[in-house]
Design a protein around this ligand. Structure first.
Ligand code: PLP
Length: 402
């Protein structure tokens, strides 16, 4: 196996992100295959005992066991790191494996976390239920409020953890401020960048330390596999993440890595087209619903900040209907083209009612605190013709009495 055209990383790392998405991290075997080879092997063999001893001693590069290294998975990791502008990346079995690994690999008993209160349901479960079992406490705050981040810092605060835009309220975090604040206090910032991806926003450019992904969403982009990734400095990956990952095994399967690589080739095109479509659909919906939560529209209270941080608004937004759960469910049931689905990042348009799906398990109190109302719907705008989507939404709104 050798890396693309034999060039070293100092040359390939200068390529722009759209080029990295196609070329970054490509290794080729002696067959010269055009696309990435799929190595489903769990183990490896060696010509002699000295070779395997040198690999285990870390004196020689090479594969030893697929929980530690796999060529197909490493190609994906190199590609994601190059797109993200990160020194290193390690792929994970799912987005939640990525979040759990990014937090547990660095936190100890007695540490404190400051986390955004609006978050993906399972991310809230980690900070609300899992971390306390190991004596790690969390203060959850309104992540839109810069002063709240500062006020929540304690002497034992080790990590800031947030999403921007957040699922599903579309809260935006001022990354330059919050990451700068963390740096000044020696706190590590972990950003869940599933909604935007590196194509629309690169948190490391704003001073974040760790970027964690559900690659199930925009990166795969077609609802085919579960996958995750953690990007950070070489030092963080070597010293914190790898000892945890190598011994606990939340690894991505090579097949899923191969599928995600295929998705990454079109990520730039998809993220920009889905953003354009989401703007058209958002402008149509704005006059028909009680409230829009769309970072691409001037009505979003943090529109200016969102557009300063993001190259485009992304394909996901939320809105509220005045008739609560009953009207929200009626609208879902009337859809003909848009699917009822709690997934996001797909090339198909999907809609869900967060209070009864993704945010059901956090309970009514946490939902109220996060701002997830009974009338809220979240839409993932896909790659269909936006006029077909608007016609479908138009008839579904009418059927729901809107
Ligand atoms: C989906 C999602 C996750 C979890 O990812 P999985 O791949 O489903 O495990 C975490 N954070 C955000 C923001 C998500 O949308």
């Amino acid at each position: 196996m050798k890396r693309t055209t034999g060039l070293d990383r100092s040359t390939t790392s200068r390529w722009r992100p759209a080029t990295q998405a196609i070329r970054g991290g490509t290794w080729r075997s002696e067959h010269g295959e055009t696309s990435e080879a799929l190595f489903l092997s769990s183990g490896y063999t060696y010509d002699d005992a000295a070779t395997v001893a040198a690999r285990f001693a870390g004196e020689e590069p090479g594969m030893t066991y697929s929980r530690l290294q796999n060529p197909t998975v490493e190609m994906l990791e190199e590609r994601i790191a190059l797109m993200e502008g990160a020194e290193a990346c390690r792929a994970q079995a799912s987005g939640m494996a990525a979040m759990t690994t990014a937090l547990l690999c660095q936190l100890d008993q007695g540490d404190h976390v400051v986390a955004a209160r609006a978050a993906f349901g399972s991310c809230r479960w980690l900070t609300d239920n899992l971390l306390p079992r190991w004596g790690i406490t969390t203060t959850t705050i309104d992540s839109r409020d810069n002063a709240a981040w500062e006020a929540a810092i304690q002497p034992n605060t080790k990590v800031f953890f947030f999403e921007t835009p957040a699922n599903p309220t579309m809260d935006i975090v001022d990354m330059a401020f919050v990451c700068g604040l963390a740096r000044a206090h020696g706190i590590t910032t972990v950003v869940d960048n599933a909604f935007a991806t590196s194509v629309l926003q690169r948190p490391l450019d704003f001073g974040a330390d760790v970027v964690a992904y559900s690659a199930t969403k925009m990166m795969d982009g077609q609802g085919r596999v579960l996958a995750g990734a953690v990007c950070a400095s070489n030092q963080f990956i070597e010293e914190k993440l790898l000892p945890f990952q190598r011994n606990t095994g939340p690894n991505l399967s090579p097949f899923n890595a191969w599928v995600v690589m295929k998705g990454l080739e079109t990520l730039d095109l998809r993220a920009h087209r889905q953003s354009e479509n989401a703007l058209k659909v958002g402008r149509f919906l704005e006059s028909r619903v009680a409230r829009m939560l769309h970072p691409g529209l001037p009505s979003h209270p943090q529109h200016d900040l969102a557009m300063r941080q993001m190259k485009a608004c992304g394909g996901i937004f939320a809105f509220e209907v005045s008739g609560g759960r009953q009207q929200a469910h009626a609208l879902l049931d009337a859809l003909q083209l848009v699917d009822i689905s709690n997934n996001i990042g797909d090339s198909r348009s999907l809609m869900t009612h967060p209070a009864s799906t993704t945010h059901h398990s956090v309970g009514p109190e946490v939902r109220a605190e996060m701002g997830v109302t009974e009338g809220m719907l979240r839409i993932n705008v896909g790659l269909e013709d936006p006029d077909d989507l608007i016609e479908d939404l138009d008839q579904a709104l009418t059927a729901a009495g809107l």
